[in-house]
Ligand binder design. Structure first.
Ligand SMILES: NC(=O)c1ccc[n+]([C@@H]2O[C@H](COP(=O)([O-])OP(=O)(O)OC[C@H]3O[C@@H](n4cnc5c(N)ncnc54)[C@H](O)[C@@H]3O)[C@@H](O)[C@H]2O)c1
Length: 314
């Protein structure tokens, strides 16, 4: 089928593009390269079934592009992805994540798109009372980023009611893997990997007991590929492992994979940091036929190996 991936030059989007091409689909990526990188699409660009449009998803031209190409499915990943940036500039965040989603959905309508698969975030759960967070937990947005992702989710439901465009929302926990940038705040695996391979210091905030739910990018991409079919229509699913890993434990695992000393520096806990997070993925087992396949040590080894190869090539 024809599938459009917004944010297709980014970390998760480019891994998804590769997977969809391997599955035999025709794939178009739309990305303004504000955070993504053409280098992520070097392999994809060799396929005659792939094309990249360098375009902001808010441009009116997106409507004409989608009306003409008529993708059956749109995987919508283009976004402002930083909680801290959303706090510093909520208007910019809303423009990308709310206006951007409305623009993608309007284009989907113009192209007769059957389904939109959307990348939401566990940030929508705020400070959850129960961990792992159940799939039907109430949203409790505590940042402009969480509010804009939640708002985008409601636009999907509105466009389904209005125009019959089906959707699946995938609520992603902490995704890691090859092509994640170490420059942002979110990619702690990428940040530790980059520093430990370069002999640079690493920092743990607080006592290192904060937890997160790390999910390997190939598993996330599996979830998107499954959601491109008929499964999970009109529903939202947590994509995580349900397993909590402490910052301290993660550092040890990355240091082991990198062959580096496990000696992080300490720093004050950052205000607003969540003490714990993990999500219950069980509804996706039944609703999407999805299960995470990659244990953390295996995924970290693949991530460190990729970073090492990239460093050697530069
Ligand atoms: N990485 C994670 O742990 C995680 C967790 C939860 C949710 N998500 C969501 O998954 C999606 C992908 O995240 P990622 O980690 O791959 O980030 P990323 O920054 O690597 O990818 C986002 C891509 O969107 C593109 N983009 C941004 N604004 C755009 C615009 N206006 N028009 C066109 N393209 C634009 C960027 O250039 C980039 O290539 C995002 O929606 C993010 O909110 C990611």
């Amino acid at each position: 089928m024809r599938i459009l991936v917004t944010g297709g030059a980014g970390f998760i989007g480019s891994n998804l593009v590769d997977r969809l091409l391997a599955d035999g689909h025709e794939v178009m990526a739309v990305d303004d390269l504000s955070g993504g990188d053409r280098d992520n699409l070097v392999a994809a660009a060799r396929s005659p079934r792939f094309r990249l449009h360098e375009m902001d998803i808010r441009e009116p031209a997106l409507i004409g592009l989608v009306a003409e190409w008529k993708p059956e499915v749109i995987c919508h990943l283009a976004a402002q992805i930083s909680v801290r940036k959303s706090v510093a500039d909520p208007v910019h965040d809303a423009r990308l994540n709310v206006e951007g989603t409305a623009s993608v959905l309007t284009a989907a309508h113009s192209g007769g798109t059957r389904k939109v698969v959307f990348a939401s975030s566990v940030a929508v759960y705020g400070r959850p009372a129960v961990i792992p967070v159940p799939g039907d937990a109430a949203a409790d947005p505590r940042s402009p980023y969480a509010a804009s992702k939640l708002s985008a989710e409601t636009y999907l439901a509105a466009f389904k009611a209005l125009h019959g465009i089906d959707y699946t929302t995938l609520v992603l926990s902490n995704v890691y893997g090859p092509r994640q940038s170490p420059d942002g705040e979110a990619g702690v695996v990428a940040i530790f990997t980059d520093a430990l391979l370069n002999g640079a210091p690493t920092v743990l905030y607080g006592d290192g007991a904060q937890t997160r739910d790390y999910i390997f990018v190939d598993d996330v991409v599996d979830g998107f590929a499954l959601a491109c079919g008929d499964a999970g229509g009109g529903r939202r699913f947590n994509l995580g492992t349900g397993v909590e890993t402490t910052d301290r434990g993660l550092h040890t695992l990355v240091a082991e994979a990198a062959g580096a000393a496990d000696e992080p520096d300490g720093a004050e806990v950052r205000p607003g940091d969540l003490p714990a997070m993990a999500v219950d993925p069980a509804p996706a087992f039944e609703g999407l036929g999805w299960r995470p396949q990659t244990d953390l040590a295996t995924g970290l080894k693949a991530t460190v190996d990729w970073a090492r190869t990239r460093m050697a090539a530069r």
